[in-house]
Design a protein around this ligand. Structure first.
Ligand code: AMP
Length: 126
């Protein structure tokens, strides 16, 4: 089975400039922008510019350059937000939802960077 990517998803439209966003950082391979409905005082989304639906898709098919840039971009954002642990920041949470059980709303890989308050337990009791 191959991965399928819907080029009409909202983040693809953001990447094409069809929908505005509040950019935090843009690199050769990634865009980081503020979530439109922040769940914490700092809520930044990092997406690859390539057409990947999920983290597993990215891990399977992205180039080394894309993967390195994505990881480094997340690190740069935590530093820019002042929450990275090198500077004794208060920390953050990374989340990447995938598919039905992950309750993924937008089918373009994104990592949520959540910070700015204590976030609580990792997973709500079900
Ligand atoms: P997920 O459930 O992991 O797919 O999360 C999708 C996220 O995208 C949600 O946190 C939304 O608030 C966010 N979102 C949806 N549309 C936009 C948009 N136009 N700009 C910024 N964030 C958005």
């Amino acid at each position: 089975m191959a991965y399928t990517y819907d080029p009409e998803n909202i983040f693809a439209k953001i990447l094409r400039g069809e929908i505005p966003n509040t950019t935090v950082l843009e690199t050769d391979h990634c865009l980081a922008f503020r979530d439109i409905a922040p769940q914490t005082p700092e809520h930044v989304l990092v997406i690859p510019k390539g057409p990947y639906v999920s983290y597993d898709h990215f891990a399977a098919e992205a180039s080394d350059a894309e993967i390195i840039d994505f990881t480094r971009t997340i690190g740069k954002i935590t530093k820019a937000l002042g929450v990275d642990l090198a500077e004794d920041g208060n920390g953050y949470r990374l989340i990447s939802n995938a598919g039905v059980d992950g309750v993924q709303e937008v089918p373009h890989l994104h990592v949520h960077i959540l910070a700015g308050r204590p976030i609580g337990r990792m997973v709500a009791a079900s």
